[in-house]
Design a binder for this molecule. Structure first.
Ligand code: UDP
Ligand code: MG
Length: 220
């Protein structure tokens, strides 16, 4: 079936010619969030962290998913994809409305860094079919030793229920078993920018920024 024959409901909500989506992947503690904050400052992307959206939903009064999300996060498991995909879609719509008129954001346009997503193949497929096709995956990679050290440091102040050794071990397993196949899938499509994030924040950023320049020139 060609794209034109597809029923309306199976088309992505956002047109990839207008909306640039960059996924940001890497193990827990690889530096995704840190680099996203810097990229947003320079390139006016909207930064949506799937984990942050899930934590907000978990704490939202009246949410029917609160307990389910809490358990998944503590156990290092992936929350059922329908929940996360819907939260992202809603957040994207809200950002497009909010930023309308800013550079890169006129007439339904938008640019998003989606941090910590997709972590599992089913999410990747569903997001591509229903929300938007991604342009690039920024993939931050370093050793488990470095990630563990960074997460334990972060855990001293983050207040996150999953920044403890037991949860971290489970998150590493989920990352290897569920998320690495996603990285491989996009690598086969030629969409992965792999960046060694063992280095200093500024060194890593230099590489990440270079990729962003490339993608923005190509798509605009
Ligand atoms: N999570 C999920 N689906 C996602 C993203 C996150 O279920 O698409 C859950 C998962 O349990 C994960 C936790 O949220 O371990 C924390 O994710 P976050 O991205 O905040 O962790 P980070 O990679 O920043 O350490
Ligand atoms: Mg993060």
């Amino acid at each position: 079936m060609s794209e034109l024959d597809a029923p309306e409901s199976t088309k992505p909500v956002f047109d990839r010619r207008k909306v640039v989506v960059v996924f940001v992947l890497g193990g827990p503690g690889a530096g995704k969030g840190t680099q996203c904050v810097k990229l947003v400052n320079e390139f006016r992307f909207s930064h949506l962290s799937a984990g942050d959206l899930l934590r907000a939903e978990q704490n939202r009064e009246g949410s029917e998913f609160g307990e389910l999300i809490r358990t998944c996060i503590r156990e290092g498991n992936i929350v059922p994809m329908e929940i996360t995909v819907k939260l992202l879609e809603n957040a994207m719509k809200a950002e497009i409305e909010k930023n309308n008129g800013a550079e890169g954001w006129t007439d339904g346009r938008g640019r998003f860094l989606i941090d910590g997503f997709p972590r599992k193949m089913d999410q990747a497929i569903k997001f591509g079919e229903e929300v938007c096709v991604a342009s690039l995956v920024l993939f931050f990679t370093t050793t488990e030793g470095i990630m563990l050290h960074r997460l334990l440091e972060r855990g001293k102040t983050s207040g996150r229920e999953d920044d403890n050794v037991e949860s971290i071990r489970k998150r590493f397993n989920t990352y290897k078993e569920q998320t690495m196949p996603v990285v491989k899938y996009y690598a086969e499509l030629g969409k992965v920018a792999e960046i060694d994030s063992s280095r200093s924040i500024d060194e890593v950023y230099r590489d990440a920024a270079q990729w962003m320049r490339k993608i923005l020139n190509k798509d605009s």
